[in-house]
Design a protein around this ligand. Structure first.
Ligand code: PLP
Length: 429
């Protein structure tokens, strides 16, 4: 079978995938584990014949293995279509089950799965407050203490930030939430493959995970509920997942999530060590070749995800940098992946007060990153940056002369004549 990829014109060129925070490639071992459930074992687990019963049993065993990994009971594992749905279920489902309190706290650096869900709750009459973060992306604990109230229902925070890599101290934050009688939800989507999580030892009541961020398939995630936490469903139907998430189970996805989790746990130390050496090597070399570069997120390497390196460069545009790198086969993001096709400022960068005259790129590392590629990639970033920077004032002057109000369907060229960026519609630059 032939697949036509949109990048076939450059298929001869080497490509370097530096976008593991957006998604990771499916591990072949995970695919192997899933394969029978994508082929021969196709019965519906709700069917009362032998194959259906076999698959139901398999789902139950898989749920047990996921529950064991996080030290929760099997009823604490609710499979969902991914991280976004798990967070929706946590926030909306908990609010529905506990209508007595109407105040919710979250932070200014959440993924949109959280910010847009709390916005929906605001429309339903909830009072939402956003805890500020410092310049490295850490929650300001004093502000948190000031904002939390006797009627705070829940506190939702992102554990490892997907744009700048800041890892919050969930022990301290969860304890504060509990002292005030609020439940504590964490978005562990970026953390889950990079640490062993024992929920019997942490003040976390609800946790979101997503398989495609740790070499599992896309379209499957889970909400993990700690002992005694009750929620109500947000989807209604056939009462699957003990009534908490109706809809025929994504059987191969569930098998894939569990396998990916098992592999991630077994490799966590060597994987994190590898990520750290890659991260450090990029940091050092980029600083050497581009002295004006600035890095975002924590300076302390123990308090950031080694998988994420957020960098900022003066006097260029991040979308132009991204497009020019793309032309060279270097795949990175500007801000978070879910937004990278929108030319729009990042609320996370705004929250850490990143100077908006700087362009920010996110390099994110994983199994597709290799130490040997670093010198060439850093050199390419330097060359592209210098080309774009040197051309910067002239080009923008020209743009505004052509179309001072908004730029539509305008193609611009970098100094080497390559198409660097195509603005579509009414993007504001
Ligand atoms: C921190 C974080 N939370 C939630 C999500 C959403 O997960 P999913 O893509 O599985 O819906 C993402 C994905 O980019 C993420 O990075």
């Amino acid at each position: 079978m032939f697949y036509i990829y949109p990048f076939t014109e450059r298929s001869e060129m080497m490509s370097y995938y530096l976008d593991h925070a957006a998604t990771t490639p499916l591990d072949p071992e995970v695919l192997n584990a899933m394969m029978p459930y994508l082929t021969d074992l196709y019965a519906n687990p709700s069917s009362l014949h032998d194959q259906g019963i076999f698959i139901r049993k398999k789902i139950n065993e898989t749920r047990e293995s996921v529950a064991k990994a996080f030290h929760v009971s099997t009823s604490g594992v609710v499979f969902t279509s991914g991280g976004t749905e798990a967070t929706n279920l946590a926030l909306l489902g908990y609010a529905k089950a506990h209508p007595e309190k109407k105040h919710i706290l979250t932070t200014t650096i959440e993924h949109h799965a959280t910010t847009h869900t709390v916005e929906a709750l605001e429309h339903l009459g909830y009072d939402i407050d956003f805890i500020p973060v410092d310049q490295e992306g850490f929650i300001v604990v004093d502000q948190f203490k000031k904002l939390i109230r006797h009627d705070t229902l829940l506190v939702s925070i992102i554990w490892g930030n997907n744009e700048i890599g800041t890892i919050q101290d969930v022990k301290v934050l969860g304890q504060i939430a509990h002292e005030h009688g609020a439940v504590f939800h964490v978005d562990a989507v970026q953390m889950a493959g990079q640490t062993i999580i024992d929920l019997s030892q942490l003040p976390i009541d609800m946790m979101t995970i997503s398989a495609h961020k740790f070499y599992g398939p896309k379209g499957i995630g889970a909400l993990i509920l700690n002992q005694g936490i009750t929620i109500q469903p947000i989807l209604y139907g056939g009462q699957h997942e003990k009534g908490l998430r109706s809809g025929t189970e994504n059987v191969s996805g569930i098998i894939g999530l569990a396998k990916a989790l098992e592999l991630a746990r077994s490799r966590v130390n060597s994987y994190c060590k590898e990520l750290l050496s890659i991260h450090d090597a990029y940091r050092k070399l980029l600083k050497k070749v581009i002295p004006e570069i600035e890095f975002n997120g924590p300076k302390d390497s123990t308090k950031r995800l080694s998988s994420i390196l957020s960098l900022s460069l003066p006097n260029v545009s991040s979308t132009e940098l991204q497009y020019a790198l793309n032309r060279k086969g270097i795949y990175v993001s500007t801000g978070s992946a879910c937004l990278s096709n929108e030319i729009k400022g990042s609320h996370v960068l705004e929250a850490i007060k990143r100077d908006s005259s700087y362009a920010t790129l996110r390099l994110s590392f994983g199994t597709k990153s290799e130490l040997k590629d670093i010198p060439q990639i850093c050199q390419t970033i330097k060359e592209i940056y210098e080309d774009l920077r040197d051309y910067w004032p002239h080009r923008w002057g020209l743009f505004y002369f052509i179309d001072p109000l908004h730029i539509s369907r305008l193609k611009c060229y970098n100094v080497t004549g390559e198409s660097a960026l195509q603005f579509k519609g009414e993007q504001h630059v």
